[in-house]
Design a binder for this molecule. Sequence first.
Ligand code: MN9
Length: 291
Amino acid sequence: MEKFQGIYPALVTPFDQEGKLNIKVLDSLLHHLMECGVDGFYVGGSTGESYLLSMEERKRLLEAVMETAGKKVKIIANIGLFATAHGIELAKHAEKLGVSAISSVPPFYFNFCMEEYLNYYEELANAVELPVIIYNIPAMSGVRFSKEDLYRLLSNEKIVGMKHTSYDLFQLQQVLQEFPEKSVFAGHDELFLSALSTGVRAGIGSTYNIMPKKFIELMRLFQERRMDEALRIQGEINDVICVLCQVGIFKGIKELLRLQGFDCGTCRKPFLPLAEEDKKRIAVLYENYFV
Ligand code: MN9
């Protein structure tokens, strides 16, 4: 199978004034990001607030994305949830729509044992013909895969890669060295350049929604071995991410998108709306880095 490469925004889910899916804004955001040159989309991840969406909404969202972008770029659908059966239901739905791959966060909340997590991925891989991408995000899922756990999963030929949203670059390098043919995605935007140095050639990120061209440019500079310039861009990206982390990453991204002309509404409760003073901080950030 051909490896996934390039820049994949972890797509934001736009809501309207009533808090319902806003397909119109979704379409214009997709067109804009494709025009910027992204290689595909990661749909229904943390950035898409997917665990705050109903099953029906998750399906509808993916259908809309496939309709607008499915024939032009690669689509990876995150189908992760609590129960294996629900994950498989979403995976089969995604398969019918013709996505390029499915991905899944490990089932969270219950502290399952490692064998249960590993078995979950293996069952998922057996349930569909599609390639499966592990979503390694220990800080949010609470699941800490060891190197050996990842090796076991990646030895399965249907498990074609991993989204590594972890600061553990040692583990990332080891996995890539052991499985050079797999598609490993950098998951922490602030470490994108560092991840490239371990051999990564693809990324999935929330901040790609607001600054796709910076990541595309960073990758090009890396490939041309222009490290000083690449590091300068990573520095700019990280200045933005520092502020986003302070105000709440997803709320901050939605506010920046609004300023860019894509009103994606507010994040779903229990997220609270962005505080007024944080709105002002985002406005300053916008002035300094986006105009
Ligand atoms: O999709 C994102 N992960 C999460 C990946 O939001 C949990 C990242 O893009 C981060 O938002 C970003 C900031 O830490 O690296």
